[in-house]
Design a protein around this ligand. Structure first.
Ligand code: DHB
Ligand code: FE
Length: 279
């Protein structure tokens, strides 16, 4: 039987890619963020996942404002990385797991989620940066991926409650999958940040702590806030917490925290890294 080994969450600020490229991990600005990763590397070496189900958001690469699915599931055997404009180096392409993607899609549609299925999909910094942080410098990514993109960009956005339910539906799919894969669930983005408008630079450590504390023990607590509450509490791009909430749902009913790191700021973002294991 397949096993869900745990969940890995991290921010996906594009500037991290530049820091990795320059080898700046030990520079004073970057060190407190990169110091969160030796534990992640150790954990991944322990749990040895071979598949990753990745909840992230597209930043205008596949989907622009003219066509923006609320939930889009990749169903390809290969996903190339592309840069939607940050000037980042391109990362290795990602092997997909189309059979598992279709199994997840079947479950989601059965559970009345009207998802967009993408047999062609590129992935942007929301996926490549967390991978380069998790497996720095590897020749081939050690996991095949199922990418799931949540609209965190153009309102109306799906509610936190809906995203947690989406994740729980993915969990049912994984629990019913007959393969013998070792699956890690990944949520990327956040935490609080706002890149534009009058509150550009806004961050909120209190709300971030509330999220980090409750992701393991009571993820439903995060669904008490409406999208407009979350924008107010976390910033216009802080709504990327939706990716984390969905990933938490996919992990399963109980979870315990094994590692966290939190540092303000990385670029305009309150940067966080979290590892959870099933309870
Ligand atoms: C930044 C953060 C993001 O999540 C993103 O997608 C782009 C930029 C930032 O803080 O610079
Ligand atoms: Fe982002």
């Amino acid at each position: 039987m397949a096993e869900i080994v745990g969940a890995y969450f991290t921010s996906h600020v594009p500037a991290i890619g530049g820091a990795i490229h320059r080898g700046d991990q030990q520079e004073p600005y970057w060190k407190p963020f990169f110091d969160g990763f030796p534990r992640v590397h150790e954990w991944l070496a322990e749990v040895k996942p071979d598949v990753a189900v990745v909840f992230n958001n597209d930043h205008g690469l596949n989907f622009f404002l003219d066509k923006l699915p609320t939930f889009a599931v990749g169903a390809a055997d290969r996903y190339d990385n592309a840069d939607e404009g940050w000037g980042l180096p391109l990362y290795k392409s990602f092997a997909g797991h189309a059979a598992l993607s279709w199994h997840i899609i079947e479950q989601l549609v059965h559970d009345e989620f009207d998802v967009t299925t993408c047999q062609k999909m590129t992935v942007d910094h929301a996926l490549s940066i967390p991978f380069e942080l998790a497996w720095p410098g590897v020749e081939e990514w050690p996991v095949r991926i199922v990418p799931i993109a949540i609209n965190t960009v153009q309102h109306p956005l799906p509610s936190a409650k809906r995203c947690l339910a989406l994740g729980r539906s993915v969990h049912r799919a994984l629990a019913g999958w007959q393969g013998d894969e070792r699956i890690v669930v990944i949520g990327t983005g956040g935490l609080s940040h706002q890149l534009d408008g009058a509150r550009a630079g806004f961050m909120n450590p209190d709300y971030d702590r509330f999220c980090l504390d409750n992701l393991s023990r009571d993820p439903d607590a995060l669904t008490a806030h409406s999208i407009h509450d979350i924008v107010r509490l976390s910033g216009t791009q802080g709504v990327e917490i939706l990716n984390w909430i969905a990933a938490r749902g996919a992990l399963g009913p109980g979870a315990h925290e094994i590692h966290r790191n939190y540092h303000i700021p990385i670029s305009n973002t309150a940067a966080a890294t979290l590892l959870l294991e099933p309870a």
